[in-house]
Design a protein around this ligand. Structure first.
Ligand code: C2O
Ligand code: CU
Length: 394
């Protein structure tokens, strides 16, 4: 791929190609992997994506505002062929905080919000539009590529009248399986490729409902059936997607490192897990292993871990906070091994893993991509307020 980025903003920017295992110089972290692209200037990103799948891109400079005001898009790398799938659709799901006049509310980076769930909006769009009607045809098979591009909103999608089968997570094919309780759980930055057998009634509409937040369920979109029924031309058996060329971590040899997620508001309005407010830099609310790195990335960030190139590692992520965190590693995909000691079925590959309050999750990967890679929470308020660190692969 060669992408020419022209900055027509009044401030510096970069583009991060989220989930793509690319060379560090193309990773788009300002100060760290490149100088920010100044207003009026251009930058050419050039890399060969090693994996087919559903990825996305967004700025990594002033991310709260630039992503929060809509700079994001889907990046799809196609497989050579996908037998048995008649319809392939991507939904970039974003949320916005709008006034009753439909204007974006300012006040990004509110400290109170940053110490809690982050900036959750009040209006959700699919590919930038409200009340999306996805036209479908009975008898077909739909591959729906779901991308959560929101700053902070977590989504749990269920499909009225349909049984979703997850065939890929964060761009990496997995063992096809039904999600727990039939709901596809997506934290910010997470993706899922869902296969739907379109066996609804011709002429009917079926809601796709997000009911993650209790008492606040709403329809994200509807699947709207045409009047016809098209008998399937392709074979009925599901052909699994081809695996991407990921190195398998040898768990017998893997070194384990613990990363503790700390901070945030507790019940009584106290900050937790960092010895109170002592020793925290201004604007920091969150920390990893007692250290808060704030902002969007910058020059001279010290690594918290140095990993040997080509070696397998387990990262044990311990969420000591009362909040949810989708934790993202740049430049690599990892296998999700276990959650609170229990093996995770299918051990799917991912680049972002969602931790519930108090969760401990083990992930494993081969540190095969040299560079200084960000590891941060993708609730952008949490990232910029300290839940970020740097892993060096040398
Ligand atoms: Cu989409 Cu540093 O992340
Ligand atoms: Cu977080």
């Amino acid at each position: 791929m060669r992408i020419l980025v022209e900055n027509r903003l009044a401030e510096g920017t970069t583009v991060h190609w989220h989930g793509i295992r690319l060379p560090i110089s193309m990773d788009g972290v300002p100060g760290l992997t490149q100088a920010p692209i100044a207003p009026g200037e251009t930058f050419t990103y050039e890399f060969t994506p090693p994996d087919a799948g559903t990825f996305w891109y967004h700025p990594h400079a002033n991310t709260l505002q630039q992503l929060g005001r809509g700079l994001a898009g889907a990046l799809i790398v196609e497989e050579p062929e996908t037998p048995g799938i008649e319809r392939d659709v991507a939904w970039v799901i974003s949320d916005w905080r709008l006034t009753s006049e439909g204007q974006l509310v300012g006040g990004f980076g509110n400290a109170m919000e940053a110490a809690m769930s982050g900036r959750v909006g009040n209006t959700v769009t699919v590919n930038g539009a409200l009340h999306t009607k996805e036209r479908v045809q009975a008898g077909e098979r739909l591959r729906l590529r779901l991308i959560n591009a929101a700053l902070a909103r977590i989504m749990a999608l269920r499909f009225e009248g349909h049984r979703p089968i997850i065939i890929a997570v964060d761009g990496q094919p997995c063992e096809p399986h039904e999600p727990e309780n039939g709901r596809v759980l997506l934290g910010p930055a997470m993706r899922a490729d869902v296969l739907l057998e379109l066996n609804g009634e011709p002429g009917r509409a079926y809601e796709v409902i997000d009911d993650f937040y209790q008492g606040l369920s709403y329809a994200v979109a509807v699947l709207s059936y045409g009047d016809e029924y098209t008998p399937r031309k392709s074979p009925n058996a599901l052909v699994p997607l081809p695996r991407n060329p990921l190195a398998e971590p040898d768990l017998g040899r893997a070194e384990t490192h613990v990363l503790k997620l700390q901070g945030g508001m507790m019940g009584g309005g106290n900050m937790a897990g960092m010895g109170g407010m002592h020793g925290m830099s201004h604007g920091a609310t969150w920390a990893i292993n007692g250290t808060s790195m704030t902002g969007d990335g910058h020059e001279g960030m010290p690594p918290s871990l140095t990993l040997q190139r080509g070696q397998p590692y387990v990262l044990r992520l311990q969420n000591e906070t009362a909040w949810w965190h989708p934790m993202h590693l740049h430049g690599h995909s990892f296998r999700i091994l276990s959650r609170n000691g229990a093996a995770v079925p299918y051990r799917q590959w991912a680049d972002t893993v969602l931790l519930e309050p108090r969760d401990t999750v083990d992930v494993a990967f081969v540190a095969d991509n040299p560079g200084d890679w960000m590891f941060h929470c993708h609730v952008t308020d949490h990232q910029v307020a300290g839940m970020m660190t740097l892993l060096r692969v040398a």
